[in-house]
Each structure stands twice: as C-alpha cells, then as structure tokens.
Design a protein around this ligand. Sequence first.
Ligand SMILES: Nc1ncnc2c1ncn2[C@@H]1O[C@H](COP(=O)(O)OP(=O)(O)O)[C@@H](O)[C@H]1O
Ligand SMILES: [Mg+2]
Length: 228
Amino acid sequence: MNDVLIQARDLNRSYHNGREQISVLRGLSLELRRGEAVAVIGPSGSGKSTLLNLLNGLLPPDSGELRIFGRAHSELTDNDWAELRRTRIATLFQDGNLIPTLTVSRNVAFRAGLAGLQQHNGEALLQHLGIADTAHRYPDQLSGGQRQRAALACAFAMQPELILADEPTGSLDYATAQRVAPLFFDAIRERALGALIVTHNPELAQRCDRILELREGALRPWDSAQSS
Ligand SMILES: Nc1ncnc2c1ncn2[C@@H]1O[C@H](COP(=O)(O)OP(=O)(O)O)[C@@H](O)[C@H]1O
Ligand SMILES: [Mg+2]
C-alpha cells in the first residue's frame, strides 16, 4: 500500500492573457501522506486554487513531476482523472459544488452513488454537521454556510482517500466555523484521509499537521514568528 498520496516536484504552471504570461506556480514541490492534513495559506492571487486544480487533474502542469496515489500525471488519461474524482479525490470548491436541481439529501446520495457506494451515511452526516433540517431543501434555499456544510457532507459521503478543500469554512460565520472545524477533522482522522486545505481560518489551519505558505509560486513551511 502506497502511503504517499501526492508527490509533486518542481511544478510550473502559468496562464496566458493575450500576450501577457502570468507565471503562477514556479518550482512548487509537495508531499502529502495518508492520514496527514496540510493547510495551505497565502494571499489572494498567489495560486492556491490553481494548485488544487492541478492536483485534481482539472489543469495540467506546464512542467514538473506529479504523482497521485503513486501514478504519474503523464500516465493518467482524462478518464483516469474523472474516475479518481468520482471515487478517490473529493474537491471542495470555494463556492460549493451542489447540483441545483437536487435536494440536499439527494445531492449526498448522488455523490455516494457516483463513487459506486450502495449505502451511505448521508443522514448521519447531515445530522453531524447540524443541517439535518435542510435535507429536503434545494441548494438555492440554503444560506452560504449551510451550502458549505452540505458540500462537506457530499464530500464525506463518497468516502474519498484524499480531500482537496478550497476555503471549506470561507462563508461560515465564526461560531459555525468553530463548530464545523472539529467535525471536519474528526472525519479526516477517523478515516486516515489525506487532506490539503486552503484556508484563511486560523482555527482550521492550526488543527492541521503542517501549515505551508504559497508564496512566489512555491510552498514553504509557514513561519508564524516571521508573519506576526
Ligand atoms: N484562467 C485563468 N486565466 C488567466 N489567469 C488566471 C486564471 N486563473 C487564475 N489566474 C491568475 O492566476 C493567479 C492565481 O490565481 P488563483 O490560483 O485563483 O489564486 P488564489 O486561489 O491563491 O487566489 C492570479 O493572478 C489569477 O488572476
Ligand atoms: Mg482561490
């Protein structure tokens, strides 16, 4: 069993806007193991979302080495990535990823079904996250915080091995974030998931095993002494 979920070495990625080239990731390296939670912090525009999209196969790197579950990026077809995103990698996007035409409980069931699971613990998850009363509502009938928790329930319902989260508590008020953070980590620890969590929330970051800062296109151990 390979315990290294993500192995990235010297990744580079830029965008082209007309003639202008924006070099976002420059020689980024990262290793994430099973059971490890890593927080990624960094200013807006530093490339955090770009990094997550490289790791879930939605964007290819321009160069560098990337291995996911021991498989090299260069060997993975679009279908392989789609299969990984269905069954093994849960991505929590910044604005939630619920299907607007399905109720919350059907969103959760759908996500579990895509992952090939016959059974799921959706009800318990909604209960656990404090949104059991939203089960029969549609995403547009939820507050931002409820939507984010529903997206969390969907992610956990698929029983992933790796969670990539882009500001998973971003639209929660302070009290709700305080309540959701431990639940998030319980689920991660219970199942020994690997988690890469982009967050500005100190509560969430400090519960992680490591905090890395994305700066000048690369990840560095965060030095709290230097930043405060
Ligand atoms: N599709 C795109 N086309 C051109 N530039 C982009 C695109 N996506 C992101 N960028 C630019 O890349 C940089 C990093 O963006 P992003 O990864 O979203 O940063 P973060 O998530 O840290 O705020 C920003 O300067 C952003 O404007
Ligand atoms: Mg972002």
